[in-house]
Design a protein around this ligand. Structure first.
Ligand SMILES: Nc1ncnc2c1ncn2[C@@H]1O[C@H](COP(=O)(O)OP(=O)(O)O)[C@@H](O)[C@H]1O
Ligand SMILES: O=c1ccn([C@@H]2O[C@H](COP(=O)(O)OP(=O)(O)O)[C@@H](O)[C@H]2O)c(=O)[nH]1
Ligand SMILES: [Mg+2]
Length: 244
């Protein structure tokens, strides 16, 4: 599985500037901007009447998705929608699905797709922004297909933070945010779910040429320097060619 993602990650860029920056940063770039930005899919979702630019942010538990999303928000003005945070908020609100969600999270299982997609849809629709990071979703093929059916638009790009398992476990166990799922038993289950259900989604986007694989090891700053050129290239293209 891991090898498959790696072998698919050839660098195919669109503009000279972005290609150079991405190559220098060691980012695997698979025509994400060239194939999608020029012909954005007509989505059913359009905050401010604009087609939003959507990035899925994937990686195993503790791979640094949330940490890097915060940096992207700060530097590039995206709105961060963490699927896990949206679900935890439902638990906090004690909503209709709160108890079911708590149970799924405690066990490291995936919450039914319709529940998560509706929360994401509502968050996009209530935002005034038109660029989003959807963090920790889709977690399985069924999630992905439900999103496509309900939202009607594929992501423009997909980031994948590639991190060794031991490092992810170490980070999760020292996260210290009082999460019910940050314990060794749940982490083991989440890693199993990641490999069996989430990796196929990652491979799907690799095959579609949308995947940007980022080395998730090193310091937060080092990792962000690998992420930065991806969004700098997007910003350059949207500024100079008027493309979202
Ligand atoms: N590069 C890094 N090196 C060491 N610790 C990190 C790094 N990036 C994030 N962390 C820490 O690891 C934990 C998990 O990071 P987080 O961003 O929540 O990952 P994810 O959202 O993928 O589960 C957090 O406590 C975070 O502060
Ligand atoms: O689309 C999603 C995102 C999260 N979860 C649940 O929420 C947990 C925590 O997800 P989060 O993304 O917050 O964890 P992280 O990967 O950041 O550690 C997961 O293990 C799942 O149980 C889910 O069911 N669907
Ligand atoms: Mg997270």
């Amino acid at each position: 599985m891991w090898r498959r993602v790696t072998s698919l990650s050839t660098v195919i860029g669109s503009s000279k500037l972005s290609l150079l920056n991405l190559r220098q940063a060691g980012v695997n770039f698979q025509e994400a901007f060239s194939s999608n930005v020029q012909t954005p899919a007509e989505g059913r979702i359009s905050p401010n009447g604009k087609t939003p630019f959507i990035t899925f942010v994937l990686g195993g538990p503790g791979s640094g998705k949330g940490t890097q999303c915060a940096r992207i928000v700060e530097t590039f003005g995206f709105t961060h929608l963490s699927a896990g945070d949206l679900l935890r908020h439902e638990i906090f609100l004690n909503s209709e699905n709160g108890a079911m969600i708590l149970n799924a999270i405690k066990e490291g299982k995936i919450v039914p797709s319709e529940v998560t997609v509706k929360l994401i849809k509502r968050a996009i629709e209530s935002s005034v922004n038109d660029k989003f990071l959807i963090d920790g979703f889709p977690r399985c093929e069924e999630n992905r297909m439900t999103y496509e059916r309900i939202i009607g638009k594929e992501p423009n790009i997909v980031l994948f933070f590639d991190c060794p398992q031991e490092e992810m476990v170490k980070r999760v166990l020292s996260r210290n945010q009082g999460r019910v799922d940050d314990n060794i038993d749940t982490v083991k289950e989440r890693l199993k779910v990641f490999k069996t259900l989430n990796l196929p989604v990652i491979n799907y986007y690799a095959e579609k040429g949308k995947l940007l694989k980022i080395d998730g090891t090193g310091t937060e700053d080092e990792i962000f320097e690998r992420v930065r050129p991806v969004f700098a290239a997007w910003r350059y293209r949207s500024k100079h060619f008027g493309l979202v």
